[in-house]
Design a protein. Structure first.
Length: 352
C-alpha cells in the first residue's frame, strides 16, 4: 500500500479490502469485510501533521499491510493494546514482535517500506500516530532546533535521509489514553477536538518514554508477570469501586506484598495505590454527575465512599467545583453567586 499523503491511508486500505469507507468531518472509517474477518480501522488527520489511527480487527487469514511513502516521510508511533503484531522494514535487522502494551517508533528512510503483520484468528487492537514531519515542524510555535537533540534528530529529518527504529516495553499510561479514544461517545466537532487532544496526549507520553529509554534513564523495572498482575488489579479496581478491598487484600490478590504494589504503581502511574483509587472514584463520579438524574448520595455510594462531605471536599480539590454545582449546571439551574457574577460583567442570565 503506497501512501502519498496521510489522508490516503484509510481510503487506500479500503481499496485493498475492496470495500467502501465512511468520512465524517476529518474522520475516516473502514469496516473489515466479512470475507476477511471483522472489525474496523479508524483514522483522523489533524492540521498539525499528526494522524491518529486505531485498528480493532480479527482476520481469518494472516494479513500483512505494507506501508510505503514515496513523498511523505512520516514518523510512525505504534502501541499495541491487545494481541500481538510483527513489524519489519529496512530499519529493522529482523522482524520484531510487539505484544500487548508494548510500542515501537519507526521513521523509514525515504522510499523505504514498513510492514505490519497481523496473525490470523487473533483479536488485535492497536493505535498509532503517523506524523508528517514537515507539517508538524511548521505547526510548532518555536524553532525545532530549540528542542533536545534526541527529539531534533527524530523530527528534524524531514527528508528522511536516515531511517530510525526503536521498540519499547510496557506503558499502561498510553494504554489508558487509547482506551479513552476507543470509548469516546462524542460526535461531530466535539469528537474531533477530543481526538486531537488525545493524540497530543499520546504523543507526549510516548516521547517522554522514548527519552527515558534512549537516554538510559530509569524506566519501569518490573517483570511481564508483575505487569499483567497490575493490569488485572487496575481493571478490578475500576470495576469494583463500590465494594473495594483494602490495599493489603489487593496486593494479596496478585501475590505480591504491599510495598511492591506501591512501588509498581509509582513507576507505572506516578501515584500511590490510594491516589489511583481516589482519582478513579472521582472520574467515575464526574461521569455519573453529568447524567443529571442521579442523586449525589447515590453517587457517593456507587464510588465506594461513606461521607458525602468528604466526597465534596476531594471533588472540589480536583475539579475546582462542588458536585452540586455540576448537578445544577446539568439541570439548567444557574447558582445565585454565578448569576450575580455574570450580571456584573454585563451578561444576562435566566433559568430556562
Amino acid at each position: 500500500m503506497e501512501v502519498q499523503d496521510v489522508n490516503d491511508n484509510v481510503p487506500k486500505l479500503a481499496s485493498l479490502f475492496k470495500i467502501g469507507f465512511k468520512k465524517n468531518l476529518a474522520e475516516f472509517t473502514v469496516l473489515i469485510p466479512n470475507t476477511l474477518g471483522k472489525g474496523k480501522v479508524m483514522g483522523i488527520n489533524f492540521s498539525n501533521g499528526i494522524g491518529l489511527y486505531t485498528y480493532k480487527c480479527y482476520f481469518e487469514e494472516d494479513v500483512e499491510i505494507v506501508l510505503k511513502n514515496s513523498t511523505l516521510n512520516p514518523i510512525r508511533m505504534v502501541h499495541c493494546l491487545k494481541g500481538e503484531i510483527t513489524n519489519s522494514g529496512e530499519e529493522i535487522s529482523e522482524p520484531v514482535r510487539i505484544a500487548k502494551h508494548q510500542h515501537f517508533f519507526i521513521a523509514p528512510k525515504s522510499g523505504a517500506s514498513h510492514s505490519i503483520f497481523f496473525p490470523k484468528r487473533k483479536h488485535i487492537e492497536l493505535c498509532y500516530l503517523e506524523i508528517d514531519r514537515a507539517k508538524f515542524k511548521q505547526s510548532l510555535p518555536f524553532e525545532l532546533q530549540e528542542v533536545e537533540p534526541i527529539f531534533y534528530s527524530l523530527f528534524g529529518d524531514v527528508f528522511a535521509l536516515q531511517g530510525k527504529y526503536h521498540s519499547g516495553m510496557f506503558s499502561l499510561k498510553v494504554s489508558d489514553i487509547i482506551k479513552e479514544v476507543y470509548d469516546c461517545k462524542e460526535t461531530g466537532f466535539p469528537r474531533m477536538n477530543f481526538m486531537e487532544a488525545k493524540a497530543l496526549e499520546i504523543l507526549s507520553f510516548m516521547l517522554s518514554r522514548y527519552r527515558k529509554e534512549i537516554g538510559g534513564m530509569a524506566v519501569i523495572n518490573i517483570t511481564g508477570r508483575e505487569f499483567k498482575a497490575v493490569e488485572a488489579i487496575t481493571e478490578h479496581i475500576n470495576q469494583n469501586l463500590a465494594n473495594l478491598e483494602t490495599i493489603p487484600e489487593l496486593a494479596g490478590m496478585i501475590g505480591i506484598n504491599v510495598n511492591k504494589l506501591q512501588s509498581i504503581f509509582q513507576s507505572v502511574f506516578g501515584k500511590t495505590v490510594n491516589e489511583y483509587i481516589r482519582d478513579a472514584r472521582l472520574s467515575k463520579a464526574l461521569t455519573l454527575l453529568t447524567k443529571r438524574d442521579i442523586p449525589i448520595g447515590v453517587i457517593v455510594q456507587e464510588v465506594g465512599l461513606n461521607s458525602r462531605s468528604y466526597f465534596s471536599k476531594i471533588f472540589k480539590e480536583k475539579y475546582g467545583v462542588l458536585p452540586r454545582e455540576i448537578l445544577q449546571h446539568e439541570s439548567g439551574f444557574i447558582p445565585e453567586h454565578i448569576r450575580e457574577e455574570k450580571s456584573e460583567n454585563g451578561n444576562n442570565w435566566k433559568n430556562e
